[in-house]
Design a binder for this molecule. Structure first.
Ligand code: CO
Length: 168
């Protein structure tokens, strides 16, 4: 789903059963993310309002390896510190890249697909990606974090783009 689809504003619900449906959703998110050349995807972006997200960073060699895939269920940010400005993009707002301010370091509590609870500290790219995807679960998109002027500029250009697409 792409902006401004109102479903992207849905507040997702916690997963309660860690069953084969959840595993199928996680596998689907992974495939969709790779297919669209993304590094992260939240379930609501494929229309499923559950607190589920995947992130698969690109390593130093420019490769996106499945061993680096992080599956995150029912995440809670329990600590945060510092500031980082990072250029973000989103599969729900294609071809738009903007500098966004986030916490540089976060501690996150979450579950994996086998319902095992984890508490991990993430920094820099992984911290940014997690905050971006967790925003999706709460019904938010990264462009909401732009300054007033940049947001106005974005809306104008986005409307123009949608019109052009509709005309084709
Ligand atoms: Co996104």
């Amino acid at each position: 789903m792409t902006y401004p689809n109102p479903k992207l504003r849905t507040i997702s619900q916690d997963v309660t059963s860690f069953d084969e449906n959840l595993h199928a959703l996680l596998d689907d998110l992974y495939e969709t993310m790779l297919h669209k050349n993304g590094v992260g995807l939240a379930a609501i972006q494929v229309g499923v309002a559950l607190n589920v997200l995947v992130i698969n960073p690109v390593n130093e060699d420019g490769e996106q390896k499945k061993e680096d895939l992080l599956e995150v269920i029912n995440p809670q940010i329990v600590e945060s510190e510092g500031v980082i400005i990072f250029q973000e993009g989103c599969l729900s707002v294609p071809s738009v890249y903007e500098d966004i301010e986030r916490f540089k370091k976060i501690k996150v509590k979450f579950f994996d697909r086998f319902s095992v609870e984890h508490t991990e500290v993430y920094e820099d790219f992984m911290a940014v990606a997690l905050q971006h995807e967790i925003d999706h679960l709460r019904g938010h998109i990264f462009i909401e974090r732009l300054s007033y002027l940049k947001r106005k500029k974005f809306e104008k250009e986005w409307k123009k783009q949608l019109k052009e697409k509709a005309a084709v």
